[in-house]
Ligand binder design. Structure first.
Ligand SMILES: Nc1ncnc2c1ncn2[C@@H]1O[C@H](COP(=O)(O)OP(=O)(O)OP(=O)(O)O)[C@@H](O)[C@H]1O
Ligand SMILES: [Mg+2]
Length: 267
């Protein structure tokens, strides 16, 4: 617990980092955005999905991003994951300005630094759990033995070592999501990003998946998770609420639970 307490940066520290426009943040900051904007031009009508997001996340933090539908959560996750480009603002990933990265650097970052987990699992239906988890390593040009060793290790981390030869349709929803988490982890990314990872799961299975995230966070994995459920968000150490494309609140789990009045016994 005390380890988490010290790894959660104070508001003052974050403010200092996000307001220092143009300056490279220190290495302990995995994610720093300053005035990040994303607009979509829908045939003349401009949709302002993000209207200036200042966000600083340190290594080892476990952050939930909450907010109503359309508030910009997925848009922000796609920018953080380097899958999309902002219209304005700065995004620094591990101390490097993403807008100045070459295509090669970006491809490397997407494959090695970011692990993505989606609501719909996105597994290959004809491939086994093991083959699904090995996939990101195939692009890295690694030997078959080494791939298998690393994939088994990742599957072990999500307690799925007993089901490695099952295909997705031979696994439960929770097990499928574990495979997806193992796949996201197999390259030891500096950030694990999850967009509504429990959106397709019942509440008991959701709790199970939250225990996996909890374990990973405890082992030092930086986790950013999107959810619109307060119960799920309350598993993270810090809760950021987006509203209409800007950050409406940024609190510790305790402050968040207190404010929204959650009374869940496991929190
Ligand atoms: N590719 C796109 N083209 C045009 N508008 C888009 C696009 N993607 C998102 N938007 C708009 O941007 C806003 C933010 O969308 P986003 O998907 O980030 O919301 P969200 O918070 O993830 O919502 P949800 O909880 O429903 O997933 C919405 O108004 C949406 O309609
Ligand atoms: Mg979304």
């Amino acid at each position: 617990m005390s380890e988490y307490a010290t790894s959660i940066s104070t508001t003052a520290e974050r403010l200092a980092v996000t307001s220092a426009a143009g300056a490279a943040p220190g290495k302990e900051w995995v994610i720093v955005s300053r005035g990040l904007k994303r607009e979509y031009d829908m045939g003349g009508e401009i949709v302002r999905a993000l209207r200036g997001v200042d966000l600083a996340i340190r290594r080892n933090e476990y952050v939930a991003i909450m907010g109503p539908s359309g508030s910009g959560k997925s848009t922000l996750m796609n920018l953080i994951g380097c899958l999309d480009t902002p219209n304005a603002g700065e995004y620094w990933l591990n101390g490097t300005l993403v807008s100045e990265m070459s295509d090669d650097q970006l491809a490397r970052v997407r494959n090695k630094e970011i692990g993505f987990v989606f609501q719909t699992f996105n597994l290959l239906p004809r491939a086994s759990a093991l083959q699904n988890v090995e996939l990101p390593l195939v692009y890295a040009g690694m030997s078959a033995d080494e791939r298998k060793r690393r994939a088994m290790e990742a599957l072990d981390k999500v307690q799925l070592a007993q089901r490695v030869h099952h295909r997705p349709n031979e696994l439960s929803g929770g097990q499928r999501q574990r495979v997806a988490i193992a796949r996201a982890l197999v390259n030891s990314p500096s950030i694990l990003l999850a967009d509504e990872p429990t959106g397709n799961l019942d509440s008991q299975t959701s709790e199970e998946i939250m225990r996996v995230f909890e374990d990973l966070a405890r082992q030092g994995q930086t986790v950013v998770m999107v959810t619109h459920e307060p119960d799920i968000a309350a598993h993270a150490r810090r809760v950021v609420v987006l509203r209409d494309g800007v950050i409406a609140s940024d609190e510790t789990r305790e402050q968040f639970i207190e404010r929204v009045g959650l009374t869940h016994s496991s929190h």
